[in-house]
Design a protein around this ligand. Sequence first.
Ligand code: MN
Length: 488
Amino acid sequence: MKREFWFVVGSQFLYGPDVLVIVENRAREMAAKLSKVLPYPLIYKVTAKTNKEITDVVKEANYRDECCGVITWCHTFSPSKMWIDGLRDLNKPWCHLATQYNQEIPNEEIDMDFMNLNQAAHGDREHGFIGARLRKPRKVIAGYWRDEKVHKRLGDWMKAAVGVAVSKDMKVMRFGDNMREVAVTEGDKVEAQIKLGWQVNTWAVGDLVKEMNTVTESEIDALVAEYTAAYDVATDNAAAIRYQAREEIAIKRMMDREDCRAFSNTFQDLYGMEQLPGLASQHLMALGYGYGGEGDWKVSAMTAILKAMGENGNGASAFMEDYTYHLVEGQEYSLGAHMLEVCPSLAAGRPQIETHHLGIGMNEKDPARLVFEGKAGPALVASLIDMGGRLRLIVQDIECVKPILPMPNLPVARVMWRAMPDLTTGVECWITAGGAHHTVLSYDVSAEMLRDWARMMDVEFVHITKDTTPEALEEELLIKDLIWKLKA
Ligand code: MN
């Protein structure tokens, strides 16, 4: 899928044709140079001088699937009343880059001509006013356009905007319903489609079993060869690995046929299957598909979206579950894992394939799964919950560590981390906000990117950081609850 962003530069006729030629040439140069350092191409579209030029480019931006967002900048003063109709109708993500072509004020050269050409300092303020007046969700990034910090932030915003495009296109394939009686994995699928664009629908496990029966031995041979190229085999149960390959091929075929990017299943509904998909789900996640256990379609879709927002469109983001704590003073950590399904994009080393008995659910045979330790480093966990009438995205900063214990008898992949601001305060904040036990854990999607994504999707955003206190968070949630009730 081709993805790009459009660069629209504001000006007006007041300065004469010579100035407009310079503005256009500079805008082209900036788009070309920025395209070389940003994760997606930035295409120069127009130096806008009239209402019609702006509404025309907005109509095209709204219509073109490859356009994932619009970046505006006002090189000169660009009166904002001519932007009203276009910006009101814009339905793609919008970033206002407040920058300047020149880095320095040229001491000898500066005269009134220079001043008339280089007016971003007040042009961008006029442009900012109309964004605020329209209450239009937008990202404002200020800084010199050749500065690496600006590139990083523009690039991150682009990735968040790609997350919006992926969300609006999201289809989730559900095998079975949610785990019985569980609350947080439930939610309003109609609201999710209205708000986020997700099409969440169910397919019978029996249809999956039927699909599995059409998978050929040579197809399984090919996928097992992929497994053994990427992972070490630490089991002599080749049949279990082959069974997982059969499951993976069938799930992938069904998803691709329906254009689904994410799926969920539940150990309570495996009728006709010998094993819960473990290695199968893990390898599908490595390919960029989203997954949620126990029918958790929200975390499944979010996993696919965060993966797409990560490095090279398939980053280090994964379905995760808070499992158990280490509460020794000075060594307070969460241990995260799942029954089987942890994405190998989190692995510190080369994962190994193991088979073990799985007591939970209807597993006739021991399922094969990848076992590994997660990487150390700063990361975050994110949880999207349904508050009734609205969605809330909770993000918590965490610090992942090499697991402090070898845990030789733990038969699943594991990640160990310390939640911010510290484990117990972090847990208090998370629980107060209503965050789920299922999350998306990401090493390469930042909280700023998720804040941008939430703003673009019109979803409540709560961020638990090293500076969060339970008291301040309680106040914040109370105020946000009122605001979001008013907005509904
Ligand atoms: Mn779970």
